[in-house]
Design a protein around this ligand. Structure first.
Ligand SMILES: *Cc1c(COP(=O)(O)O)cnc(C)c1O
Length: 226
């Protein structure tokens, strides 16, 4: 077995046992950003179907080069002029960071006759350096977002503040789950997914309710480029 399929197998086992602890089913999104299609293909060979990319241009080549039955999720910063292409390649977007963007995605999705699944990205640590919803903005805009007919709100996503160990991230993950529960109660609608947890902390994220974890370097090794 190559290192990649071995790493993938280990990560899958860790995801599965954390999922037993949380009592939820959890998906593994393999983040293939920066890795060329030949490398990503090793994970495909090991049965992986869900992949995450953060740059349109880089993803286009991989989507073309790899089997058509993979599912690509967009996890990066969204620019309006790229939304059309992103929607045509990615059925799921984890990084919808504002209501203006959600409205624009809805309009383009309607033109393309698509219904993307989206996550709203929450700036859970209210960090200056990051985009995404602040909690109050989400409370204010939720009804408007739920009214958009061409997008399907799946849940919330976060990239918590940088921490020095996984355990330190736990309160941020718990906070995102509490916010989701509050929002679902407020709207009377279910959008039950939580996209949270990366290589260093996905088990903690799962224990706090993640339904999809985004894992790159634990599978492919450290990235040379960012
Ligand atoms: C790169 C990236 C990941 C994966 O990070 P790793 O630490 O390599 O697992 C997850 N989510 C987002 C949004 C990313 O950009």
């Amino acid at each position: 077995m190559s290192d990649i399929s071995e790493n993938l197998e280990l990560v899958r086992e860790r995801v599965a046992s954390a999922a037993v602890r949380s009592g939820k089913s959890v998906e593994l999104l393999v983040v293939s950003k920066t890795w060329p299609s030949e490398v990503v293909d090793e994970a495909v060979g090991a049965g992986q179907v869900l992949f995450g990319e953060n740059r349109l241009q880089e993803a286009e080549g991989k989507v073309r080069a790899l089997p058509a039955d993979l599912q690509w999720h967009f996890i990066g910063g969204l620019q309006r002029n790229k939304v059309r292409k992103i929607l045509s390649l990615f059925p799921v977007i984890h990084s919808v960071s504002s209501t203006k963007l959600a409205c624009f995605i809805d309009r383009v999705a309607s033109e393309l006759e698509l219904e993307p699944k989206i996550f709203l990205e929450v700036n859970i640590g209210a960090e200056e350096s990051k985009g995404g919803y602040l909690e109050d903005g989400l409370r204010r805009d939720l009804d408007e977002i739920l009214g958009l007919e061409n997008i399907s709100l799946r849940g919330l996503m976060c990239l918590p503040p940088r921490v020095s160990c996984a355990e330190e991230a736990r309160p941020w993950f718990a906070k995102l789950r509490e916010l989701q529960e509050e929002m679902e109660g407020r709207a009377g609608v279910s959008f039950p997914e939580l996209s949270m947890g990366m290589s260093g902390d996905f088990e903690v994220a799962i224990e706090e309710g993640a339904t999809i974890v985004r894992v790159g370097s634990a599978i492919f090794g450290p990235r040379l480029l960012k």
